[in-house]
Ligand binder design. Structure first.
Ligand code: SF4
Length: 444
């Protein structure tokens, strides 16, 4: 890549950092969310002491599952088809979008529950722009960012950057009346607004947290109850799930489900866990099985590869596939706490940089350079993903591919000679450091 282009990419990154540092409103929202999460998680982990050991057991399950990923996807697909569902494997995001669009059709009303995998393939945008569908996000956080025309900034808590005062302004516009920034009132408004869509929708789209290959059962973990409505009320349910989410058995899947909520939202157990094995069915009249009783008549499960096979083949990066997408490491990350969604691209933080590189392109993963390598993420991870090692390896790959700052060599020389990347004389740096110390003392 040409030097100027590379410089532009790094300038963009620098601009994002400066913007993040200056954005005090977002940092207030983030601080409130992080404080609440950290104290809740602490309470839960001191109550459910076995979760730390169970996390390691889940890691073992993930290691085995990733080594047999394609075999397990085949087994899950066969089980889904045996139960009258339809299973598909998409190699790329384009293929996945095409499959979903063919199932859905044009001009449909879709209710969607939060799904990182759907975000990865830009499914909502595709169905709206190319197929003129109306896609309504039903998870509260996703709904907030959808209405505001923004992108999610956290994998579990998409609107973590929006303080309650801003949510009130956004919802007031939608409601056509002034709403107070009182959180229960805002939640009640969203509840009332979204309810009318569930029963009218033609299709419900979801992701999944884990899939049991043995029975083809998909598990969806949530607290709001919107995923239940979205996957149960419409006549058709489409689930898009990454191939790394398949584990061998139901009991393996339950272990994942037991670990996830504490680290994802700081609760002992999620309010709802939906297990979906087939379209809704009944055999209540003369034991004759009929599909489409009260729930969907059709169930379609799209397994997405989109770079995951390549990650699995890499001796170091394969570990990124063990990630449960709990988002716990983000709350504890010092860089994320300042930059939130600017520290990533759909996937965030250290582990997100590897996911971004393989699902969106290495040129989008330069935010890996922002990681401080503090290692806090590895300590708080339920499955002990060695995120600092992943980041180190990714940076080495980026350098090999030429994604390095055009002045990097000069910076190294300056550090060696002058002790700072700008090559400023040591005496001047001493003066700056002295001034910094003085300011720090005055602030104390
Ligand atoms: S790396 Fe670990 S802590 Fe971070 S999102 Fe994945 S599972 Fe959660």
């Amino acid at each position: 890549m040409r030097g100027e282009l590379m410089e532009d990419l790094f300038e963009l990154l620098r601009a994002q950092v400066l913007e993040g540092v200056a954005d005090l409103a977002r940092r207030v929202a983030l601080r409130r969310a992080v404080e609440s999460y950290v104290s809740n998680k602490k309470k839960v982990l001191s109550k459910l002491k076995h979760l730390r050991a169970l996390g390691l057991e889940v890691r073992r399950i993930k290691e085995e599952s990733i080594s047999r990923m394609h075999e397990l996807v085949k087994e899950a697909s066969e089980a889904i088809e045996e139960n009258n569902g339809k299973a598909y494997v998409a190699r790329t995001s384009e293929e996945a979008r095409r499959i979903v669009a063919e199932i859905v059709g044009e001009g449909k009303l879709i209710v969607k529950s939060k799904s990182l995998t759907c975000e990865e393939i830009l499914l909502r945008e595709y169905l709206e722009e190319e197929f003129k569908c109306k896609v309504v996000e039903t998870d509260l956080g996703e709904f907030i960012v959808q209405v505001r025309g923004e992108k999610p900034t956290h994998i579990i808590n998409p609107s973590i950057h929006v303080p309650r005062e801003e949510v009130a302004r956004t919802f007031s516009k939608l409601a056509g009346r002034e709403l107070p920034s009182d959180i229960p009132t805002l939640v009640a408004f969203a509840r009332e607004y979204l309810r009318k869509y569930y029963m009218k929708a033609d299709v419900g789209i979801s992701g999944a947290n884990v899939v049991a290959a043995q029975t083809g059962t998909i598990f969806i973990v949530e607290n709001e109850g919107n995923a239940r409505f979205s996957t149960n009320a419409p006549p058709v349910h489409v689930c898009v799930v990454g191939i790394e989410k398949v584990v061998p058995t139901l009991s393996d899947a339950f272990k994942v489900i037991e670990v996830l909520p504490a680290y994802a939202t700081g609760v002992t157990m999620a309010a709802y866990v939906s297990m979906i094995t087939s379209p809704s069915r009944t055999a209540d009249i003369e034991k004759k099985v009929v599909y489409g009783a009260h729930g969907p008549k059709e169930l379609h499960v799209v397994f997405l590869d989109n770079g995951r096979s390549e990650i699995a083949r890499h001796p170091v990066f394969r570990e990124a596939l063990y990630c449960l997408k709990c988002g716990g490491c983000l709350y504890e990350c010092p860089v994320y706490r300042v930059l939130d969604g600017r520290f990533g691209h759909n996937y965030f933080g250290g582990v997100g940089s590897v996911w971004t590189a393989y699902t969106r392109g290495f040129d989008k993963a330069l935010f890996a350079y922002l990681c401080t390598g503090c290692g806090r993420c590895r300590e708080v991870c339920p499955v002990r993903v060695d995120v600092p090692r992943l980041v180190e390896e990714l940076r080495a790959e980026l350098v090999k591919m030429g994604f390095k700052h055009p002045k990097a060599e000069q910076f190294f020389k300056n550090i060696a000679l002058a002790g700072n990347p700008w090559g400023e004389p040591r005496e001047r740096r001493e003066l700056v450091r002295g001034a910094d110390r003085e300011v720090a003392l005055r602030l104390e």
